[in-house]
Design a protein around this ligand. Structure first.
Ligand SMILES: [Ca+2]
Length: 400
């Protein structure tokens, strides 16, 4: 227990207070064993600089902007390269009994292009630093990289042996000009170990793309494979993730439209099959009238229609019968996107399969953008083409 108290030096005092007895200092007082939730919190609160020091002992890192101490770092001895922390997930990642922390890090080479390899032994790319708890202290469990095909997370030395190259953001990833961010860790197949869900998103010519990638730990070494959407593995959460990704991309694509142009765009989006795009509509969405901006408006309209269709395709036959296309589309007339905060493992209740999420929905209310947080419980059903959403029960929750 004494060792655990030492570990607490890593974390802010407020958390240390929560994990140690109120009196403190008395070695004869039994220290309560921290719960998993407390350990997960300890890991989650671990400063990014401490995570970097665990992964690269002996290397000095400093925050690029002192006001953002968990975002971007540089090495004073090699100031060209950047270490960008994209975010982290905590969960039961390789151990069903103990929580771990996965910090996602993008290593960016300096203009000279020769700083990362000699100092960190790694080339430019996207990496995950895995941290667990050993004898009460945060301890490095390994460094893995996302391979260039974005299909696999692989322990770094193993990847080198196999001649893999790390993922380079905006170059190799599936969406154009995109970035990858950690979204949620969730046990989507109920085997006691959490899967990693990352959001791959980007904007190309004004059209947003968004894709949730789910990675499943292989059970050996530090190797995660992407659950192939076309494989025989059918998991209920894919319907929810694909639906939310399509809604996010449609909302992002249409985000700039406001007022009358937005109302007219929605009138057109509600047609199915899509009506011809009139010159009046293009004139509203591209007021400067240049061929480029008209082509851009047309591309965005067609993409928004296709993305809403992708979302609609994730609904069951029954839901689509209850809610025709026009009603469905008008349900998103103020939406500018959605972000997933939490995804619970699928559960059976009263003969139904339920998938519960916490989402933040972004919408236009007049000229301002508003975030609202909802708990949504989707009832999902398996149809011939895969899992589909059959109904949704949404309740607004306060923002954290
Ligand atoms: Ca699992």
């Amino acid at each position: 227990m004494r060792r655990f108290l030492l570990a607490v030096a890593f974390v802010p005092l407020a958390l240390a207070g929560a994990l140690t007895p109120a009196c403190g200092g008395d070695e004869t007082t039994p220290t309560p064993t921290p719960t998993d939730a407390e350990l997960a919190q300890l890991l989650s609160d671990l400063p990014a600089q401490a995570v970097l020091s665990l992964a690269f002992p002996g290397v000095t890192f400093q925050p690029l902007l002192p006001s953002q101490p968990n975002l971007t770092f540089f090495m004073p001895a090699h100031p060209g390269a950047r270490q960008e922390v994209l975010g982290h997930l905590t969960g039961y990642l390789t151990d069903p009994d103990h929580p771990q922390l996965a910090t996602f890090l993008y290593l960016k080479e300096g203009s000279g292009g020769q700083e990362l390899q000699p100092t960190l032994g790694l080339e430019e790319g996207l990496y995950m630093i895995l941290v667990g708890i050993e004898r009460g202290q945060p301890a490095l469990a390994g460094v893995t990289m996302l391979d260039a095909s974005a299909q696999e997370f692989l322990e770094t030395t193993l990847a080198r042996q196999e001649g893999r190259r790390p993922f380079r953001q905006g170059v190799d990833n599936p969406t154009a000009n995109g970035t990858i961010w950690p979204a949620v860790a969730s046990d989507v197949d109920n085997d006691g170990v959490d899967e990693l869900v990352l959001l791959d998103s980007g904007v190309s010519q004004g059209v947003e793309a968004a894709l949730y990638l789910t990675y499943d730990w292989s059970g050996t070494e530090l190797r995660w494979r992407r659950i192939d959407p076309d494989s025989a593995v059918h998991i209920p959460s894919t319907a929810v993730l694909d639906y939310l990704a399509a809604v996010e991309a449609a909302g992002g694509t249409a985000e700039a439209w406001d007022g009358t142009p937005r109302a007219l765009a929605w009138e057109w989006l509600s047609t199915s099959p899509a009506a011809p795009i009139s010159a009046e509509l293009l004139a509203q969405l591209a007021p400067d009238g240049t061929p480029d901006s008209q082509a851009n408006a047309r591309r965005k309209l067609e993409a928004a229609h296709a993305l809403l269709e992708s979302a609609y395709d994730q609904l069951s036959t029954g839901w689509r019968q209850r809610q025709p296309w026009t009603d469905f589309v008008y349900g998103f007339r103020n939406s500018t996107g959605v972000r997933i905060e939490k995804l619970l493992p699928p559960r059976e209740e009263g003969g139904s399969t339920l998938v519960e999420v916490i989402i933040t929905a972004k919408s236009r209310e007049g000229s301002i953008s508003v975030d609202r947080r909802f708990k949504v419980v989707y009832t999902v059903v398996e149809e011939a083409s895969g899992w589909r959403l059959d109904s949704a029960d949404a309740r607004e929750e306060g923002l954290p």
